[in-house]
Design a protein around this ligand. Structure first.
Ligand code: NDP
Length: 475
């Protein structure tokens, strides 16, 4: 037995991570359900480093140094359960099983418990960065027992992306916490992409820009506060010309967005935790609406109103969109971090938001200059009630607020959908409101269901005898 790590599941992600380990000098045992993938990897990239080819799970496990470390990179769901079972039968107490797939965190909690009962260390690790990240340095979010991180951490940290000498990998917390924060990361990614999409839509439909002109704007933005992987690739996608038609590629792609589920999971979890993640939810719903192709077709020609007034100052409106994007992005991240705080409290994970901002600075899809600001905000005050209240972000929104309102109102007058821009602005206005209409909601609930309400001027719960003499009684 000479391999320091084993990787099972050698599709795109698994083979690239295996190569990444090998390139960092580790001996890597390879396994895949169908041997063809193992052999293809060895044939194409065997020269990347020291690999051990195995066919059966028994051979695979036998190839590993103790305590054994196996990274599973198979399809999330039942396939993962099947692979875990097979491995667990072949492994020994003290060995470590790492699930690097996109598992639902509640599955990870269940699996960790089952493996702990058999003396095995189970690590649910969120891995972000796609194919390219897996090969050249992803962001890694490992949960699970702290002890297992001592043996595993150095390996993972060495293959992770590095920013200013700091690896984009740290022990997140117990059981499902790694997959939970990866899930919220993906939710934030959905929001980020939707906000960029709304900005693009405004340039196209409010200002009449073509794809190339919009690409130039994003390229320009990528040298400022908005500098990020997603803004950078947006410019690349918009600049791409379709070989077949000579048109911008974006203009020949069907406008129906698909999803694999992590955004939906984030929203479902937020609903259970009672955390408003409106930016992420709007992004998930916007993809769903875009995919309702028959319904959208039937709705062509519905009235748009007569108030449309195009912006006249192109430079000003361009800057307005930039500010609206930045402010809405702050809201989406603030909401995502609220969800992380709530998940941490619910499951007793003791998560550190500042650590997440630190490891999300590189390797992952949402990597951005912006995350340095979030890191600093939590360093200055780990107990921030909302990211929006950190001095830096508070000032950024103060600078952006008029632009943000102009963008949302212009889009509304023009009939251009901006669900994430608008709901983020409403969230911000609701958060800072002195009085919300919730008082009326409470009155209504008390009226039809005797659900009681609190008073602003006295302790306790009260009920009005709505169907009686309408006097108030203490509940
Ligand atoms: P896929 O999700 O397409 O999974 C394919 C792999 O799973 C193959 O190795 C396949 O083996 C194996 N597999 C499927 N069913 C079984 C089974 N019942 N028993 C054993 N093995 C099985 O591969 P990806 O590389 O795209 O993703 C791997 C994991 O990483 C997934 O959980 C994914 O969600 C996650 N992930 C993916 C990212 C991406 O950008 N693609 C980014 C981050 C995470 P075989 O060759 O024999 O069919």
């Amino acid at each position: 037995a000479r391999a320091q790590i084993g990787v099972t599941g050698l599709a795109v992600m698994g083979s690239n991570i295996a190569r990444n380990f090998a390139r960092h000098g580790y001996t890597v045992a390879l396994h895949n359900r169908s041997v063809a993938k193992t052999d293809a990897l060895l044939a194409e990239h065997g020269g990347d480093g020291d690999f051990v080819r195995t066919e059966t799970v028994e051979e695979f496990v036998a190839a590993l140094e103790k305590p054994r470390r196996v990274l599973i990179m198979v399809k999330a769901g039942e396939a993962t359960d099947a692979v875990i079972e097979e491995l667990a039968d072949a492994m020994e107490p003290g060995d470590i099983i790492i699930d690097g797939g996109n598992a639902l965190y509640t599955d990870t909690i269940r699996r960790e418990k089952a493996m702990a009962a058999r003396g095995l260390n189970f690590v649910g690790a969120g891995i972000s960065g796609g194919e390219e990240g897996a090969l050249n340095g992803p962001a890694i979010m490992p949960g699970g027992p702290k002890e297992s991180y001592e043996s595993l951490g150095p390996l993972l940290e060495s293959i992770a992306a590095q920013v200013d000498g700091t690896p984009c990998c740290t022990h997140i917390g117990p059981d499902g916490s790694g997959h939970f924060v990866k899930m919220v990361h993906n939710g934030i990614e959905y929001a980020d992409m939707q906000l960029i999409g709304e900005a693009y839509n405004l340039f196209r439909d409010a200002l009449g820009f073509d794809a190339k002109q919009i690409a130039d704007v994003f390229t320009d933005w990528n040298s400022g506060d908005l500098e990020s992987y997603l803004v950078e690739i947006t410019a690349e996608v918009l600049n791409q010309v379709d070989a077949k038609t000579g048109k911008p590629l974006v203009d020949v792609i069907v406008d129906a967005a698909e999803q694999k589920g992590t955004g939906r999971w984030t929203v479902k979890s937020a609903l259970d935790l009672g955390i408003p993640v409106t930016g992420i939810a709007e992004a998930v719903f916007a993809r769903a609406l875009s995919g309702s192709r028959a319904q959208r077709k039937a709705a062509q020609g519905l009235a748009s109103g007569t108030l449309a007034e195009k912006p006249t100052d192109v430079a000003q409106f361009t800057e307005d969109i930039r500010q609206a994007l930045y402010a809405s992005k702050i809201v989406a991240y603030a909401q995502g971090f609220d969800q992380i705080a709530a998940g941490s409290a619910e499951y007793d994970w003791n998560l550190h938001p500042g650590d997440l901002a630190t490891i999300w600075r590189g390797g992952c899809i949402i990597r951005a200059r912006f995350l340095n600001r979030i890191k600093e905000a939590y360093e200055a005050n780990p107990e921030l009630p909302s990211l929006i209240l950190a001095p830096y972000f508070r000032e950024a929104i103060e600078t952006a607020i008029d632009s943000w309102r102009r963008v949302v109102s212009t889009a509304t007058l023009l009939g251009i959908p901006v669900p994430a821009f608008a709901s983020s602005l409403s969230y911000y206005d609701a958060l800072r409101a002195e009085r919300l209409p919730a008082a009326l909601t409470q009155g209504q609930r008390d009226f039809f269901g005797a659900h009681t309400y609190e008073r602003i001027d006295a302790e306790g719960k009260y009920h009005t005898l709505w169907s009686g003499d309408r006097s108030e009684v203490q509940a």
